[in-house]
Ligand binder design. Structure first.
Ligand SMILES: Cc1cc2nc3c(=O)[nH]c(=O)nc-3n(C[C@H](O)[C@H](O)[C@H](O)COP(=O)(O)OP(=O)(O)OC[C@H]3O[C@@H](n4cnc5c(N)ncnc54)[C@H](O)[C@@H]3O)c2cc1C
Length: 399
């Protein structure tokens, strides 16, 4: 088999987006290896909510590029729509808001548009929403949502059209090294030599990268979202990250409501095997019912609803809660895109662009030093990995 220019490990949205941008930049022979079907990990389980209103300069700058790409992809990809008509609303209690306001100067500096709304204004714009008088909203007019299955199918078709060799059912089990560089990867049946290898295998990454003697400080947590039966009223409101209710919701196809929530009491989930599959995860329905009860105060349509589906997956949080993206200095030839917290769907268009730029150009359109894979000291990584955290120990848990 001839040497590929780039091998991408993992066919979730980060891997697919990387393949797309590499192909658009005519990077030569690009091979994408996915151990199951494309989208088999967290990506097909995601709620697909997008917002630019992050908590660091790097996050806001990157997401702004991402929002533009979502709109372009909505034009380019057949069968995919970016739903952005109402933007994306984030709600806070007064105490949460007092803390959150500290990041507003970042939005002002970077010209990230936003509107602060009181309860009266929110009720007047979206009469189906009933925030109490103390709730504060911040609207991101560039935010919105996607239906992940539509997006994954459309992007998968597009990368094949652009000439990417997509190999499903190919599990990477080891690395090929030579002269101090990563030279490729081995699956159970084949060796794939490459000039550059991009690792986007999410929760399986800690195990695989460990085989190279490199540890990443990432913890994984179970996360879940649910979809209702069709609702008998029009859903004319934005996706809402309801921090005030520790949950989120959005309109979903078929006039349904999608609800998601975290499990603050649940301890981190350690992925011990490369054969791990997210279908092994489960969450008691009491978590869903408690979230719906909390959210019904904000969205009465959630009272007495019937549930039609459930998706459970994993989120990955790094030690400083920022993504890990770029070239790995100690392992030339290796690039990594990992630890996108609960926002990997939102990050995916720009994450793929940034990874393609790292591979091909060695510099990026956004300063991503804050995401550098080289920013952690070995001793602090070791100390972090010996701790066991609950999800409540993570500060930034929204998309
Ligand atoms: C319930 C839920 C709701 C979410 N909601 C949102 C949201 O609203 N907005 C948002 O921005 N984010 C959301 N997220 C987070 C988002 O889903 C993830 O951050 C994102 O999907 C990560 O993409 P990925 O490509 O890195 O990982 P994945 O989609 O997990 O892809 C990794 C892929 O690597 C493959 N793989 C693993 N090991 C190997 C191997 N050895 N060889 C080859 N392939 C391998 C896996 O099969 C998998 O397909 C949500 C997540 C969950 C679980």
């Amino acid at each position: 088999m001839p040497t590929a220019d780039v091998v991408i490990m993992g066919g979730g949205v980060i891997g697919l987006s990387t393949a797309y941008h590499l192909a658009r930049k005519q990077a030569g022979r690009i091979v994408l290896l996915e151990k199951g079907p494309l989208g088999d990990g967290s990506s097909s389980r995601a709620a697909g909510i997008t917002s630019n209103l992050m908590w660091t300069e790097t996050g806001v700058a990157a997401r702004q590029v991402g929002a533009k790409l979502f709109r372009e992809l909505s034009e380019e990809l057949e069968g995919y729509t970016y739903y952005n008509e109402h933007g994306c609303l984030n709600t806070y209690t007064p105490t949460q808001w007092a803390n959150y306001q500290r990041v507003l100067p970042i939005y002002d500096r970077l010209d990230a548009p936003y509107e602060v709304l009181d309860a009266v204004e929110m009720r007047s714009r979206w009469p189906a929403l009933t925030p109490d008088e103390h709730t504060v909203g911040i609207l991101d007019p560039q935010g919105g949502y996607s239906e992940p299955p539509e997006y994954i199918a459309a992007l998968s078709r597009r990368i094949r059209e652009l000439g990417v060799e997509v190999r499903e059912g190919e599990k990477v089990v080891d690395w090929q090294m030579g002269e101090g560089r990563v030279r490729g990867v081995c699956t159970e049946s084949e060796v794939f030599a490459a000039e550059a290898v991009v690792c986007t295998v999410h929760a399986w990454g800690s195990k695989l990268l460990g085989r190279l003697g490199w540890k990443i400080p990432v913890k994984y947590f179970v996360h879940q979202r649910y979809v209702t039966a069709p609702i008998n009223e029009p859903l004319h409101w934005p996706p809402v990250n309801a921090n005030s209710q520790d949950a989120y919701f959005r309109p979903a196809s078929g006039n349904r409501i999608l609800v998601g929530t975290s499990s603050p009491d649940r301890a981190e989930h350690r992925v011990e095997s490369l054969d791990f599959h997210m279908s092994e995860l489960s969450t008691p329905t009491t978590v869903r019912d408690a979230a719906a009860n909390r959210l019904a105060a904000l969205l009465p349509a959630l009272k007495n609803t019937t549930w039609k589906s459930e998706r459970v997956g994993l989120l990955g949080f790094s030690m400083d809660e920022e993504p890990i993206l770029g070239a790995v200095d100690r392992l030339p030839g290796l690039f990594v895109g990992a630890s996108f917290h609960s926002g990997g769907f939102s990050y995916n268009p720009v994450a793929g662009l940034l990874l393609a730029e790292c591979v091909l150009d060695g510099h990026t359109c956004v300063d991503i030093s804050g995401f550098s894979p080289n920013r952690f000291q070995d001793a602090e990584v070791d100390a972090y990995l010996t701790t066991t955290l609950d999800e409540r120990d993570i500060n930034n848990r929204r998309h």
